[in-house]
Design a protein. Structure first.
Length: 427
């Protein structure tokens, strides 16, 4: 059994959906679980719907309709048979139900809960379309709802997996299905709690879904199909001369993901590492190319510098008003507030009288956090900063990254160097 994962870029239009079918046929598709993300930028637009919903915006329905029309256009470009009308009706019913959900609940309270109930529909709709196209192409397949496979707690937007129930469900439902079909289509990113409320596994969590299912069914391997030729040492948005990492170890991959490499979700590696399942990263544009592999082989680690950039960061510096030391009691309070507002710290540094952190700038979370911190501490902020990490650095790579930058914080170890920085004024 194998697990394939296709992200939003691979299903952004009708040609992308057709390409999935082509890849499955080229792979002599047999006993493959196919995890599919929401189409294109659907998640972003549904997040906009959610924001408008909470702000009582008059544009909410219009934005939701734009998502509907995007999917119907893909359906019209994919199908010429009677499947088209029935699928359009099914998708239209889904959007009608989302609309009713929003307008019958005009006083939302829990943002994270509502996020999971609304944004998760992107994956459901995407897989309905992909599944219908595979059936039309006579590819023997079955659609499974990830809510029945992946069970979690109720920590909405960042749910923790109930591994015992999830493994039991995956082995039962997937193995049983493979007695009759060759391909199973399911959703990335989503699961459900004990009340069967939809939960999500964190932004870009479809990779994690692939890892969870692979672990549960003890798959032979996992392939993440991306719009890049494999694992690159830097994001092509930042560097023109990127280098492909042909083979890296699980440990190296975990470090890259932890520091923010966008090609792999940070939680993906752990569940496959425990079962020694290799993970391939390949191009859906050029599926015959070798791509990259992550496994136990460490011989290629540390040979090529890797660059990870996080933008739209905020540097928060916290100190006591009376110049007393920032000690364990203070840190416990501070970490408690970060946990309360579900803010993940990307970098931290402390001195005798101050504690500084770098986090993603999310106004909805950051503003109330700062107000709470200001009740007890002096708080200074630097917005629009960048967090750069270089693994396997040398002097040349440091100069390359920090050129024309003001360095606010630097941290350096034998293998890794990190900089919090911003553009020099006048550049």
């Amino acid at each position: 059994m194998k697990v394939f994962k296709f992200g939003g870029a691979s299903v952004k239009n009708a040609e992308g959906v057709k390409n999935i079918a082509t890849i499955l046929l080229q792979q002599s598709a047999n006993n493959i679980v196919v995890v599919v993300s929401a189409m294109g930028k659907t998640t972003n637009v549904l997040e906009k719907v959610l924001t408008e919903y909470f702000n009582n915006s008059k544009n909410t329905l219009e934005t939701l309709n734009s998502v509907k029309h995007f999917h119907i256009e893909i359906i019209n470009n994919l199908f010429q048979t009677e499947i088209k009308d029935s699928l359009i009706n099914e998708i239209s019913d889904i959007f009608e139900n989302i609309s009713k959900y929003i307008y019958n609940n005009d006083s939302p309270v829990n943002y994270d809960f509502e996020y999971d109930q609304i944004v998760s529909w992107g994956e459901i709709i995407s897989t309905k379309i992909v599944y219908s196209y595979l059936l039309e192409q006579n590819i023997n397949s079955k659609w499974l709802n990830a809510k029945e496979l992946i069970k979690t707690d109720s920590n909405y937007r960042n749910a923790k997996v109930n591994w015992e129930l999830t493994c039991k469900n995956c082995n039962s439902l997937i193995t049983k299905s493979f007695n009759k079909v060759n391909i199973i289509i399911t959703q990335g990113f989503i699961g459900s709690d004990t009340q069967n409320n939809t939960t999500t596994l964190g932004r870009e969590g479809s990779d994690f879904t692939a890892g969870i299912i692979a672990h549960a069914i003890e798959a032979t391997d996992v392939t993440l199909w991306k719009d890049v030729p494999g694992l690159l040492n830097a994001d092509p948005k930042w560097f023109d001369d990127t280098v492909k990492l042909n083979n890296i170890s699980y440990h190296e991959a975990i470090e890259l993901a932890y520091y923010g490499a966008s090609v792999i979700h940070p939680k993906t590696i752990q569940p496959i590492k425990t079962k020694n399942i290799p993970l391939f990263v390949k191009s859906f544009l050029n599926p015959a190319e070798n791509g990259s592999v992550i496994n136990n082989n460490t011989s290629e680690d540390s040979k090529i510098p890797s660059f990870i950039f996080r933008v739209n960061q905020i540097l928060i510096s916290i100190s006591t008003d009376d110049y007393t030391f920032i000690v364990e009691e203070n840190l416990s309070k501070i970490f408690g507030l970060f946990a309360k507002y579900k803010i993940i710290i990307n970098l931290m540094e402390n001195s005798s009288i101050s504690f500084s952190v770098v986090v993603n700038y999310d106004e909805r979370k950051i503003n109330p956090l700062i107000k709470q911190l200001q009740k007890h501490y002096k708080v200074l902020c630097n917005v629009n900063v960048e967090l750069a990490t270089i693994l396997n650095y040398d002097k040349k790579t440091i100069e390359r990254v920090t050129n024309n930058k003001e360095i606010l914080i630097s941290q350096q170890s034998r293998k890794t160097v990190r900089f919090v920085m911003k553009d020099l004024q006048g550049n």
